[in-house]
Write a protein that binds this ligand. Structure first.
Ligand code: GLN
Length: 238
C-alpha cells in the first residue's frame, strides 16, 4: 500500500473557517483510492527537514496569529523555498498565503514579513472582504469563502490561480484569485476550499503522486454532494 503524508503547517494557530477540512478532504480522496494517509502536524517548520510530506497544507488566521507563526516561518524560509524548488506540493490559504509572499503590511508601522516564496505583497485595507467567491481556474470553477482585510498584488514571478467571477479574490480590483508557482498554490478560499472543489483537490494529489514516480490516473469518485455544496455556496454570494 502506498503511503501519502499530509503535512499541516501550524494547525493550532492557522486554521479558520474550516481550513482543516482541506486535510480531511485529501485524506478522504486518497483513502477512497486505496492509499494510506499519514497526518503530520507541523508546529515547527524545521521538522520538514527530517520528514518531507507529500502535500503541505496551511490555513488562515487573524493578524495576531500570523504574528505568532511568523518567526518560525521566516527562520525556515530557505528550507521551504528549497522544498518548493524540488517540486513539493503545497496549498496555503489566506493568512499563510499572505506570509508565503514578501510581506503583509498591516499599517505604516506594522509589517509582518513573509518568506517571499510567492512573488506577491499584501496591504491591509480599511474594510474586510467577506463572502463567497466564484472563480474560474484551470481545474474548473472554484467556490470558497473569503474573509480578509489584506489586498494582495501578484508580482511577475507567479501566475494567478483563478479569474474572479464574483467576490473579491486577491484584492477586489484585478479580478485574480490566488497564485501558483511551481507546485505551490495560494488562495483566499476557505470553506474549506478542497471539499467544494474536488477537481482541484485531485490536481494536488496527482502532482504528489507524480513526485513519487507513481501513475497519476485517479479512480473516479462520486462527487455529487461536493458539487451540490459548491452550487449552493455560489448562489449565496455575499
Ligand atoms: N489576517 C489576514 C487578513 O485579514 C488573514 C485573514 C484570514 O486568514 N482569514 O487579511
Amino acid at each position: 500500500m502506498v503511503t501519502v503524508t499530509i503535512g499541516h503547517l501550524y494547525p493550532r494557530q492557522m486554521n479558520v473557517y474550516g481550513d482543516m477540512g482541506n486535510v480531511i478532504t485529501l485524506r478522504y480522496r486518497l483513502e477512497a483510492r486505496g492509499f494510506k494517509v499519514v497526518y503530520m502536524p507541523v508546529d515547527d517548520a524545521k521538522d520538514l527537514k527530517l520528514t518531507r510530506p507529500d502535500i503541505l497544507i496551511g490555513g488562515g488566521g487573524q493578524d495576531s496569529n500570523q504574528d505568532l507563526v511568523q518567526k518560525n516561518l521566516v527562520n525556515n524560509k530557505l528550507l521551504l523555498t528549497s522544498l518548493a524548488d524540488d517540486g513539493a506540493v503545497m496549498l496555503m490559504i489566506c493568512g499563510l498565503y499572505q506570509l508565503f509572499g514578501h510581506r503583509f503590511i498591516v499599517s505604516d508601522d506594522y509589517h509582518i514579513e513573509g518568506i517571499g516564496l510567492l512573488d506577491l505583497e499584501t496591504v491591509a485595507g480599511e474594510s474586510r472582504l467577506i463572502g463567497n467567491v466564484v472563480a474560474d481556474s484551470a481545474w474548473g470553477r472554484l467556490v470558497g469563502f473569503e474573509n480578509h482585510s489584506g489586498r494582495t498584488q501578484l508580482g511577475a514571478g507567479v501566475e494567478p490561480l483563478a479569474t474572479v467571477i464574483s467576490g473579491a479574490g486577491n484584492n477586489g480590483k484585478t479580478k485574480d484569485e490566488g497564485a501558483v508557482h511551481l507546485n505551490v498554490f495560494g488562495s483566499y478560499l476557505h470553506g474549506p476550499c478542497l471539499a467544494k472543489n474536488p477537481e482541484f483537490a485531485d490536481e494536488l494529489i496527482r502532482r504528489a503522486l507524480a513526485n513519487k514516480g507513481l501513475p497519476t490516473e485517479l479512480a473516479e469518485l462520486d462527487d455529487s454532494l461536493e458539487h451540490h455544496a459548491a452550487r449552493i455556496a455560489a448562489k449565496r454570494p455575499r
